[in-house]
Design a protein around this ligand. Sequence first.
Ligand code: AMP
Ligand code: ZN
Length: 461
Amino acid sequence: MFAPVLRLYNTLTRSKEKFRPIDPNLVRMYVCGPTVYDYAHIGNARPVIVFDLLYRLLRQIYGVGHVKYVRNITDVDDKINARAAERGVDIRSLTEQTNAIFQADVAALNCLPPDVQPRATEHIAQMIVIIQSLIDKSHAYAADGHVLFSVPSMADYGRLSRRPLDEMIAGARVDVAPYKKGDMDFVLWKPSAPHEPGWDSPWGRGRPGWHIECSAMSWEHLGETFDIHGGGIDLVFPHHENEIAQSRCAFGHDVMANVWMHNGFLQVEGEKMSKSLGNFITIHELLHQDKFGGRKWSGPILRFAMLRTHYRQPIDWTLKGLEEAEANLRNWHDRDVVNAREGAEVPANILAALCEDLNTPEAISLIHALRKAGKAAELKSVLIFMGLYAPELFAKASSGDAQADMSGEEQAQIEAVIAERLAARAAKNWAESDRLRDHLLAMGIVLKDNKDGTTTWERRR
Ligand code: AMP
Ligand code: ZN
């Protein structure tokens, strides 16, 4: 079996390191999942896609069944409470509905389901155990129905984010409260009013703070320490810093996870995505509504558009990028690839590129080389491996009956011209696009550009 050296960039050490699992028989990875109160946006899709690719790579290296991937569902949170109250439903029915949409969205992006998707509300008991142990060890204190983590009680707090102390204090000062002893102390548990969701605890009826949820769920499913912890770059501070503080102080280890990985941020057409700017875009809209660029986009195209940029770089989500991604994917899905046998080995140089801190741009240029070399079976394998295989992109480019009296070679030629034309259109080279259409017309082939961005063809009658 292929045994490449996997090297991953670790935010904790700010360097790329050779990955050494604690137990090669079971590599353990935790990724912070969505807060399920509304449709997930395309920025949320980034960590889901990136860590799905890493999961696939780890399974390739260590074997399916030797990797445990946990991605939580944050199903208690003040935004959830507010939305549920607004709609007059309980939080469980809101989060079930939203989670179902999220699961369907990310399945369409060809993301494998993680091994466990724990819900925060089903781990309240574990949170209480950790909080109690932090109190017992003087790392936390109860005050006014709240329990707070005492930041000064931890000598090396701040190791992950390496923020200057005054910045951390400024960040934490946002919620000034009389029960807070230290400026940076953060909430582990807070009281719930009678109309708010709450659970009984030694400190009264209340609910957990956000950070403690992940400490509890990762502990329950992966243990006190584990291999990889991931999420978006915005989570480094305070969320991950505080998860580390809680877990390390409760369990007494030097690390919570050995490797901390963070994907860069996504913006849309050069601007920060926000509801007020009107450029906020959900996965659901991209897949199912004619909104972005006036059309729908299939999951593999969205996934490919995401993976064209290295995961640690910021990504600019643009219409042009999606069009290029589509033209590119279509070009790879030719007749030979669709008809190729399955099960060829994924080429070692492509796995090696991915093993270099998930270097997807390099992997993609190697896939282009495979295509040029006409290695259809290998190309098919790598597309399947990366979750990018989409035979429907090919099937839609040709239409049923028209093929009947045509040789495979003729059809392949037509499809190649269509793919070239799509690439020309993606590059907004309209003259070239028209030239190619006329070229086919001269052969008696009429093209139809469909609303969903696909092009079908038929013989002129
Ligand atoms: P949230 O539901 O806001 O906690 O986010 C869920 C995940 O999506 C976290 O890992 C975030 O870091 C990530 N995320 C949120 N917004 C973006 C964005 N614009 N670009 C990349 N990742 C994001
Ligand atoms: Zn988390």
